[in-house]
Write a protein that binds this ligand. Sequence first.
Ligand SMILES: [Fe+2]
Ligand SMILES: [Fe+2]
Length: 315
Amino acid sequence: MQIHDLEKIFEEKIEREIKIESKDWMPDAYRKTNVRQISQHAHSEIVGMLPEGNWISRAPSLKRKVILIAKVQDEAGHGLYLYSAAETLGTSREQMIEDLLSGKAKYSSIFNYPTLTWADMGAVGWLVDGAAILNQVMLCRTSYGPYARAMVRICKEESFHQRQGFESLLVLSKGTPEQKAMCQDAINRWWWPSLMMFGPKDAESTNSDQSMKWKIKRKTNDELRQQFVNMAVEQVKLLGMTLPDPDLKFNEVTSQYDFGEIHWDEFWAVVKGNGPCNKQRLEARNKAHEEGKWVREAALAYAKKQQARISVKVA
Ligand SMILES: [Fe+2]
Ligand SMILES: [Fe+2]
């Protein structure tokens, strides 16, 4: 078949909402974009375990500890589904992990911020998982089949993450003056970085157009960010707290909330590796990888033994 015909079949599938599967022909750039996006997403899930993992031993009650452990484990699972989905595109897991550990691959910048108090566990669940969900709900309909299917399960777990975060803040918001202040402080610190999670403005987003055409993305960065603001403005009222933005105002014409300017200098600084915890996060991942080496080796040795046993039986 001519490349032109293959392209036509591919375009038609996209047009007719038929998922692209790993064995299907696809343009190189489509494959590359998906590998980049899915692996970045996987890395974000794995690095995202670090700021919360910090608080497992300091959770204020057994119940909170159980919830937090479950959440952090869910994130590990998300990472694993996503690495598997990326592997279907012909890239190896070793390569992806190596790129993460060397600092070559990106992950969501939000995880380069520190978690300073227990209230941060609530704010991360509510705002960070909340922002992630909007992106991920859209990705349940992404055009690459394995990615879309992984997202369906991930989304169910993410909505639990968000609710537990909000509920945890709700408890603090009804607590002592110190607890209330801690809750507000966490919201203040996580609000702007959460808005940055949707990425640069549409006008400056280099990959957006093509990703929209290929239905990898279905909504633009600005659309998703606006949706998030509209949602958070209503929810923060239930907490009796405020969002740290004096420019936040309902716009009668658009029926949306207008909001202040994001500090893009800070955004780019963190993306480029100069956020508050970039170095720390990569060091922690490298250390864990090094310390887990014997486990990987033992698992491989065991798998080989099992394989040898099966081949003896077959013979
Ligand atoms: Fe997740
Ligand atoms: Fe999550």
